[in-house]
Design a protein around this ligand. Structure first.
Ligand code: CP
Length: 294
């Protein structure tokens, strides 16, 4: 079984991962198995939490390392790389700057491929840990939520995966971004098709008092074709203690991290800040994913 995007996971599949993550303990379930970590883009959380998850299940990992130190530098194609790595490992975790890379890789190998982020496309295991964090912190059922998703909604793969998953649960979504960084047309179309109520606004101030969850994201400089366009919107969407003054007491503030300046450091001590807990949830959730996929 591959995990490429949340669109192709059913609501039951998602709930099964979250339930498994809630009960999973360190074990030797994957003793003798090897997980390949292929990261063609930088990562701290995803790479390290998959590594930890695999080891907590008694398995081992083999890491390609940086692109610069691999044979990608000599011009090897992704298809050839994964066909070789299939002979070294029982599953592949792949992060790649090109949208569709995980799907392509999965076509060339028989071992499971887990998409750890493909360009501006999807990041399904991030969404699973996001939903796990929401379920742990918000009293409402996932379907009764009003979620604000703020920042770079155009290039943010975590946003796309999260929106598709929230749609399956019937959550209400408010997208908060500058006009130039609205969610892509294909995401909008899918949400419409799923009958999801969503709106798009330029600023969070008018909706913050109605939100159960505010999901802030980084404006992704590296994905802008023109740096001048990035400069126009950089730093515009920043959560400060003042932003949260009219928020509900139980508002949960999340961020996939890394942050640059989207959340002021003095927000970290507020009851709303759940982003470090969110990052830590990557381990049990990815243990559950590996346990189920491998
Ligand atoms: N949230 C996330 O994907 O973080 P990394 O880029 O550090 O893996």
């Amino acid at each position: 079984m591959d995990i490429i995007n949340t669109k192709e996971m059913s609501k039951d599949d998602i709930v099964a991962v979250l339930d498994r993550a809630a009960e999973i303990e360190p074990s030797d379930a994957l003793d003798g198995d090897v997980l390949a970590l292929l990261f063609f883009e930088p990562s701290t959380r995803t790479r390290m939490s998959f590594d930890t998850a695999m080891k907590r299940l008694g398995g081992d990992t083999v890491d390609m390392g940086s692109v610069e130190s691999s044979s990608v530098k000599k011009g090897e194609t992704l298809a050839d790389t994964v066909r070789v790595v299939e002979g070294y490992a029982d599953a592949i975790v792949l992060r790649h700057p090109r949208e569709g890379a995980a799907r392509l890789a999965a076509e060339f190998v028989d071992v499971p491929v887990i998409n750890a982020g493909d360009g501006a496309g999807h990041h399904p295991t991030q969404t699973l840990l996001d939903l796990y964090t929401v379920r742990d912190n918000v009293a409402a059922a996932l379907g009764d939520l009003h979620v604000g998703i703020m920042g770079d909604l155009k290039y943010g793969r975590t946003v796309h995966s999260l929106a598709f998953a929230l749609a399956k649960f019937g959550a209400r979504i408010t997208f908060v971004s500058p006009p130039s960084l609205r969610v892509p047309e294909n995401v909008r179309t899918e949400l419409g098709r799923a009958g999801i109520e969503f709106k798009e606004v330029d600023g969070v101030d008018d909706v913050i008092d109605t939100l159960d969850v505010l999901y802030a994201t980084r404006i992704q400089k590296e994905r802008f074709p023109d740096e001048k366009e990035y400069e126009k919107v950089a730093g515009e969407y920043r959560v400060t203690p003042e932003t949260l003054e009219t928020a509900r007491d139980d508002l949960v503030l999340m961020h996939p991290l890394p942050r640059v300046d989207e959340i002021a450091p003095d927000v970290d001590e507020t009851r709303h800040a759940k982003y470090f807990e969110q990052a830590h949830n990557g381990v049990p959730v990815r243990m559950a994913v590996l346990d189920m996929v491998m």
